[in-house]
Ligand binder design. Structure first.
Ligand code: NAD
Ligand code: GLY
Length: 352
């Protein structure tokens, strides 16, 4: 097992390895005075790992209960969040009790937000079971739910007390979800680690999944430690996300998050080349790696639709947008552009 320590507004360990799931009760026991623990999970993940986690929590002496919601981004909403809070009240959780988020980014984001707001904040543990959650959403304390107006429109920064990433859980992940996780993995290579990018191009990702998670989590940990509240460097983690979120929104959230990120990365890289920020080889490398992992490169929506969606995105502050622009493989920069220039960027990225 590998442990990575995070020093943010609070400190915690990220444990990565095979069988880490069975450390849940023991880990939580050492971190909180909780008596009751609510395990939050979705309708796909709970049948796979829920009972094992509940048993483990009970063996450590917790009164363990479960809250299971319908899987999918549509559940990361006010209604499920409210139902979860009501469930915590019905079960009389106090401020010293705890939540466990067992699942992907949807479960983690919503559980984290419920933990942050229930009785002004109770402890929670992230137990990521998707590659995307393992390399990104479970670390760093961004919690949120979606509104009709857009993704992650309500949320806060609230760090977990621990992250337990059991690499064995990825064995049951559908191939399409694995690919989507790879979009976030590629993001790390592109924004700050050219050597890692080459490894991803040359080697079989599945054969080195523990290493991949460690590299990404270490990079994210370092960025979060320097800029926990997303005022500067952390924005680099949004590479591919401005256009990606817009595409997801245009699809009514039927598009997977990682698909949006992949299209967003391909589009902004093409635009960056056209507008003189990077050269043609950067575009070729981006296209090659997205092809290798079977990820989409073209946004299937028009400029006007995407603009409408993007302008509701929270990253657009006033009349300026922080676009994350690649300058070469392994290096991205934050470029402040007027929101009126967004259509030019989309067109330069090949969007009609
Ligand atoms: P998800 O949580 O919906 O999981 C994807 C699918 O995989 C779901 O159907 C789920 O039931 C299933 N699943 C999960 N683990 C499984 C397993 N081990 N075996 C079989 N099936 C499994 O989505 P996601 O892709 O994990 O996360 C996307 C969400 O994360 C989005 O809402 C996005 O906004 C958010 N996100 C947050 C951050 C952050 O920093 N907080 C970062 C990136 C993304
Ligand atoms: N996933 C983006 C961030 O954590 O900042």
């Amino acid at each position: 097992m590998k442990k990575i320590h995070v020093t943010a507004s609070t400190e915690y360990d990220i444990s990565i390895g095979s069988g880490v799931l069975d450390e849940l009760g023991r880990e939580l026991k050492g971190l909180t005075k909780a008596k009751t623990v609510v395990l939050v999970s979705d309708s796909n993940v709970f049948p796979l790992y829920g009972e094992r986690c509940l048993k483990n929590l009970k063996e450590s002496g917790f009164d363990a209960k479960s809250f299971v919601f319908k899987a999918g981004e549509a559940s990361k909403c006010m209604k499920t969040y409210e139902e979860l809070l009501e469930f915590l009240c019905e079960n009389r959780l106090t401020r010293s009790d705890a939540l466990v988020a067992l699942g992907g980014g949807v479960t983690g984001d919503m559980t984290g937000f419920a933990a942050a707001t229930y009785q002004r904040g109770i402890a929670y543990v992230q137990v990521p079971t998707t590659l995307l959650a393992a390399v990104d959403s479970s670390v760093g304390g961004k919690t949120a739910i979606d509104l009709k107006a857009g993704k992650n429109q309500v949320g806060c920064f609230y760090q977990p007390v621990a992250v337990l990433c059991d690499t064995d859980t990825l064995d049951t992940l559908p191939e399409s979800e694995f690919r989507c996780g790879m979009a976030e993995v590629i993001k790390y290579g592109m924004l700050g680690n050219a050597r890692f990018f080459s490894e991803l191009l040359e080697k079989d990702a599945k054969a080195m999944i523990g290493h991949i998670i460690e590299v990404c989590v270490t990079m994210k940990r370092d960025i979060v430690q320097r800029d926990e509240f997303d005022k500067g460097e952390r924005m680099l983690l949004n590479f591919g996300h401005t256009f990606g979120h817009a595409a997801e929104k245009c699809s009514g959230f039927s598009m997977l998050h990682g698909e949006g990120v992949a299209m967003g990365m391909a589009t902004i890289t093409k635009a960056a080349c056209k507008l003189g920020f990077c050269d043609e080889t950067t575009v070729e490398f981006m296209d090659k790696i997205l092809d290798k992992y079977g990820l989409p490169k073209t946004i299937p929506y028009g400029v006007d639709e995407l603009l409408d969606a993007a302008l509701a995105d929270k990253k657009i502050a006033g009349s300026e947008i922080n676009l994350i622009v690649p300058v070469k493989v392994g290096r991205c920069e934050i470029e402040k552009v007027p929101s009126t220039a967004l259509s030019d960027w989309l067109k330069a990225g090949g969007v009609k």
